[in-house]
Design a protein around this ligand. Structure first.
Ligand code: ATP
Ligand code: MG
Length: 228
């Protein structure tokens, strides 16, 4: 794996123009990246943009995409799409049978596997597969649906705690820090925040070294971030 495999290198800054490229060099082959911000503040767009820049890297990527937002632009960039667990398994099995170098899948649940209305069991089935892979980025949109303050699935917990040994990385997007499971946020190697205004969320970010007023006053699509 190239030294530059992770993430968030100067390309992102060059593209966004929001901060000096030199400020952020984050070269890791296992990372946990949490992205926060009020609704519509630009989280998904920014993550997509950085993910596009990562595509040349030899790494498996699974995008857990409950709102079906990643099909464009990734479907035409080598990603297969699955809407239910059986489809996901079929893609995985076929790729292994074909001895593909690496796998790129977008999983957008269509509800077929979710008679209970609880999205967590289906997530855990997918995460249970992903945690068995080496060198994988698992991107979880709307992450607080699956690992909130009081609940985290076993496979996600495993990836957080031990995934480093398998070069596994996580990207978790959520509107608020406080709604994400603390086991995840505590291990974050990078936190990006778009605009926030809830006092408790600002307080946590301040404890992590962010400037609370700056976070409160961020314009749409602008962000601040810290490596931890
Ligand atoms: N850098 C940008 N420049 C111009 N428009 C942008 C930019 N980033 C996001 N947008 C627009 O803002 C809208 C919201 O962006 P996005 O979906 O990324 O927000 P979000 O923080 O993920 O929202 P949510 O919390 O609802 O998931 C989108 O329609 C997008 O087109
Ligand atoms: Mg979003």
């Amino acid at each position: 794996m190239s030294e530059s495999f992770l993430l968030l290198r100067s390309f992102a800054w060059a593209a966004s123009g929001t901060r000096a490229a030199a400020e952020f060099v984050h070269q890791m082959n296992s990372f946990i990246w949490c992205v926060f911000g009020k609704r519509g503040s630009g989280k998904t767009c920014e993550v997509k943009r950085r993910l596009i820049a990562l595509l040349p890297e030899p790494v498996n990527i699974v995008i857990y995409d409950p709102l079906d937002e990643y099909r464009e632009p990734f479907r035409t960039r080598g990603f297969q799409t699955a809407r239910a667990y059986a489809e996901f398994r079929a893609i995985v099995n076929k790729s292994f049978a074909e001895n593909r170098a690496y796998l790129r899948v977008i999983f957008s649940p269509n509800g077929a596997d979710n008679a209970s209305g609880d999205p967590v069991p289906e997530f855990e089935r997918v995460a249970g597969q992903v945690k068995r892979w080496k060198r994988v980025i698992f991107l979880v949109e709307e992450a607080d649906q699956f690992c909130n303050a009081t609940r985290i699935t076993p496979s996600l917990a495993w990836m957080i705690n031990y995934g480093r040994h398998e070069e596994q990385s996580l990207i978790a997007l959520s509107r608020r820090h406080s709604t994400l499971n603390r086991n995840l946020t505590a291990q974050a190697s990078l936190i990006t925040t778009f605009k926030q205004s809830e006092p408790r969320d600002i307080a946590v970010l301040e404890e992590l070294g962010f400037d609370g007023d700056a976070v409160r006053n961020l314009k749409n699509w602008k962000f601040l971030e810290k490596t931890l």
